[in-house]
Design a protein around this ligand. Structure first.
Ligand code: CO
Length: 449
């Protein structure tokens, strides 16, 4: 009997350290293991995008573009993959189309193969531009549906959105469960539904947080999923992905194969185990499974943010109230999935509501902009009473937010005019105008000394 092949994407060098080490892993610690990973036979390697771009400049004094270029030199056989937040690119707000276009152009030029593209509100209008540009530049477009639980996110929603993305031109579809709340049977239902309705491959990305992800993967595989995301065991579990080795061993004795070798994998695991010791101050490893996420659907990273915010206010005892406030705020906001940046927007408001003791008396600029429609269309209508409290009689926009943003590249070029060494530097400045100028200035100075 021939076994069905299941692809495994290795997320160790992106989501693995983003989830467990606050995105602090340096390129110097990646390079010694790149060749081994490249020889393994992974479906793809997720190595860039998400928070890594920001982290490179902000914390590591590393040029994110050089990181990509260097990694690409190492990954000769395996496709590289990145996480792209649609119009938020790799930042936390909507950028103009020219920034997005240039970003994608240089990502492809520096070696990016697969673009996993998602929007925090699942607003397809926000995704279209990124999808079309990535396609035009020759990238593989993996359009993504963010998984969340709400009365409006039913089976039909997942079917309809995936079909829409296929029609726009997606090369594959991903279901992204950033909070780890996808249960095995729902996983089976959605993946089976997609396999019956779509003509393109389907991939599943989940976080282990609640302990369900390995089971969700197995059910997805039984339903016909083409690939799943895993991290090497020493960078897996907790708020990261399920472990590669566990998946390989589990499938081997069934009607599936991954093409991966457990002995070779153990060498990578051993290496990463040692490297992890360099980052203990950032290591978020705590309890192995967080069941709060099942109650509140709050991603792991959000809870640690709450703890920090509340500590500053001397109000750590209010954590249970804040956690209980999150689903209420989320309902008022039209059930956005809790993923960057909507998780920060909802989370901060929930904390403010509880600390102030009066709901929506204060709101951040991000919350005001959310209510103005500047992040896109929420999955369900927002609570109009709440909107009134936050932005008064202002009329929210109904168009795609980026349609109202003037081109931003020329301003960015001016901002770093004296420090530009390559065209990509302007893109860095457009994305992070607070961080990039100082970074580029120092880089230029270092190159001259
Ligand atoms: Co993830």
């Amino acid at each position: 009997m021939t076994k069905r092949h299941v692809g495994i994407t290795d997320t160790t060098l992106r989501d693995g350290h983003q989830s467990l080490l606050a995105t602090r892993m340096k390129i110097a610690d990646m390079l010694p293991i790149v060749e081994e990973i490249d020889n393994m036979g992974f479906h793809s390697v997720e190595v860039w995008g998400g928070a890594t771009f920001d982290s490179c400049m902000r914390f590591l004094n590393e040029d994110p573009w050089e990181r990509l270029k260097t990694l690409k030199k190492g990954f000769k056989k395996t496709k590289t993959q990145m996480l792209l937040r649609s119009q938020n690119v790799v930042g936390y707000k909507h950028y103009a189309d020219d920034v997005l276009e240039e970003f994608i152009k240089y990502s492809v030029a520096n070696g990016m193969d697969i673009f996993r593209i998602f929007d925090a509100l699942n607003d397809v209008r926000n995704m279209e531009k990124a999808m079309r540009v990535a396609k035009k530049e020759g990238g593989h477009v993996q359009a993504t549906v963010v998984y969340t639980i709400s009365p409006v996110h039913d089976f039909d929603f997942y079917m309809k959105m995936a079909r829409e993305l296929q029609e726009i031109g997606a090369d594959s579809i991903c279901l992204k469960d950033m909070a780890g709340i996808l249960s095995p049977y729902i996983s089976y239902e959605i993946i089976k539904g997609w396999k019956e309705r779509l003509d393109i491959p389907v991939q599943l990305h989940a976080h282990y947080t609640s302990g369900m992800a390995s089971m969700s993967y197995l059910k997805a595989i039984e339903a016909g999923v083409d690939a799943v995301d895993c991290a090497i065991s020493t960078f897996a579990l907790q708020t990261s992905q399920p472990a590669i080795e566990t998946m390989v061993a589990s499938l081997e004795q069934g009607p599936f194969e991954t093409g991966l070798d457990l002995t070779k994998l153990s060498r990578i695991a051993e290496y990463i185990k040692e490297v992890r010791k360099n980052y203990t101050q950032f290591d978020s490893s705590s309890s192995s499974v967080d069941t709060n996420v099942l109650l509140y659907q709050v991603p792991g990273g959000m809870i640690s943010n709450f703890v920090n915010q509340l500590k500053e206010q001397n109000a750590l005892d209010k954590l249970p109230q804040v956690l209980a406030e999150v689903p209420r705020v989320r309902e008022d906001f039209g059930f956005p999935p809790l993923v960057t940046p909507s998780s920060q927007i909802v989370g901060t408001q929930a904390a403010i509501n509880i600390i102030v003791g009066q709901r929506y008396m204060f709101a951040t600029d991000e919350v005001k902009n959310y209510m103005r429609g500047y992040y896109g269309r929420p999955p369900a209508p927002v609570n109009e009473e709440v909107r009134k409290k936050i932005i008064g009689d202002e009329t929210p926009i109904t168009v795609r937010p980026a349609d109202l943003i003037e081109p931003e590249m020329s301003k960015a070029r001016e901002l770093v005019a004296d420090y530009i060494q390559k065209p990509e530097d302007v893109v860095s400045a457009a994305l992070f105008p607070q961080v990039a100028p100082e970074f580029l200035k120092q880089k230029l100075a270092a190159s001259k000394s």
